[in-house]
Design a protein around this ligand. Sequence first.
Ligand code: ADP
Ligand code: DP6
Ligand code: CO
Length: 355
Amino acid sequence: MKTVTCTAPVNIAVIKYWGKRDTQLILPTNDSLSVTLSQDILHSKTTISAAKEYSGDRLWLNGKEEDITKNKRMHNCFRETRAIRKAVEDKAAAAGQPIELLSTYPVHVCSENNFPTAAGLASSASGLAALVFTLAKLFDLPSDMSELSRIARQGSGSACRSLFGGFVAWEMGKEADGSDSKAVQVAPETHWPELEALVCVVSDAKKGTSSTEGMQNTIQTSPLMAERLKVVPGRMEAMKKAILAKDFESFGELTMRDSNQFHAVCLDTFPPIFYLNDTSRGIMRLIHEYNRSSPDGKIKAAYTYDAGPNAVIYAPKQNMREIIQLIAHYFPGTDSDYYFKDTYGVLGGAALGEN
Ligand code: ADP
Ligand code: DP6
Ligand code: CO
């Protein structure tokens, strides 16, 4: 028996991934780009043990056992990491070296998110990245992050970006087998230390429509999606330029526009998908008012929303205190449906950790 524990961070996209061209391999319809948040604040912590005596692969998520018999995404990650381990075992056996046949053992996975699960704060990204990274440690696989990222992609698309710190692009690729659909680091976490992220938990309830189901419905029914696919390539280039130049004006405007367009295609899906609520929209209005009050006319903060009502606000460090005060003032945490907590996520943590 062998047991390993690791943690992985959340990443919040500023150019959103929404739509698959291949649902089995998880190949996207567009490039995307995200910022990996410090795992000191938000993370998935996963412990995996492998033992001959176990009767099958099992998962406990946040203390409760989940039925994973039909969970293809997890089985993709088990199958791919076991295959690499098996090759190592075969090689060792051929060379007459003793090695434990871990690839043949069932595994027990126990994972905890220290933030709301399935609420639009990228739990599938940190969760599946933690799963793959922990399996790799358990099986003593060579730590080729690109390879691990490719495997994590087959667990949840956004997870491929959580294997890297800093600013990370997921290039959609062209190949049918997904060999060129991979995450690459655009800039490390040390690149832009003045940039910070504020996570505002509007609701910790599980979303009504999962990202997987929602994006598939969009692909099948939204005519606006075709327009989005024309817009994203230009935005990707502009976003990379803005990040490399540490140009918050461009970064902020592109981030807000892309979040808004993503939620517009959700509304254009039939039947429509509503991820934002009144509080989310209230925060958007507040940020626009705040930017309008800027003495030099420059953007001071930018919001973005994943598939859920919770806001992530990117801003230069010097503005954060003011933003937190504004949000606490206009959205006081009295109503249990409208509260804020876990409000400070600083960038710059190490990408992944082994405990
Ligand atoms: P989110 O916006 O939080 O990413 P998704 O709809 O994309 O929501 O995915 C949520 C699903 O991801 C959960 O229902 C669960 O199946 C999976 N997931 C979340 N956290 C973990 C974890 N720590 N380990 C394994 N799977 C996880
Ligand atoms: C809105 O990666 O959760 O957060 O690949 O089906 O697991 P699956 O979906 P998921 O989708 C994330 C959508 C998003 C935008 C993003 O993270 O880029
Ligand atoms: Co997700």
